[in-house]
Design a protein around this ligand. Sequence first.
Ligand SMILES: [Zn+2]
Length: 90
Amino acid sequence: MSHSDHCIFCKIAAGTIPSRKVYEDDELFVFHDLHPWAPVHFLMIPKAHIPSMAQVGPEHEALLGRMMVLAPKLAQELGCNPYPAGGFAS
Ligand SMILES: [Zn+2]
């Protein structure tokens, strides 16, 4: 697992920069946005340093899949209603 000393998200995932944690496991870290744009607004980041989606490769398929499955689960645990009663974006 690679990290960058200059990446704000790596620092948040490592706890160097404090955040309000929603969820954490070996691969992922989820925290509330500091300046939410919605009643529920959290950010989900991989602990492995991936500079941008341009650096995503086949080795990340499982990780990205886990993120897509976890995001709506956490959203609903935090009170978001799925379509058609409500809706949320990821
Ligand atoms: Zn990083």
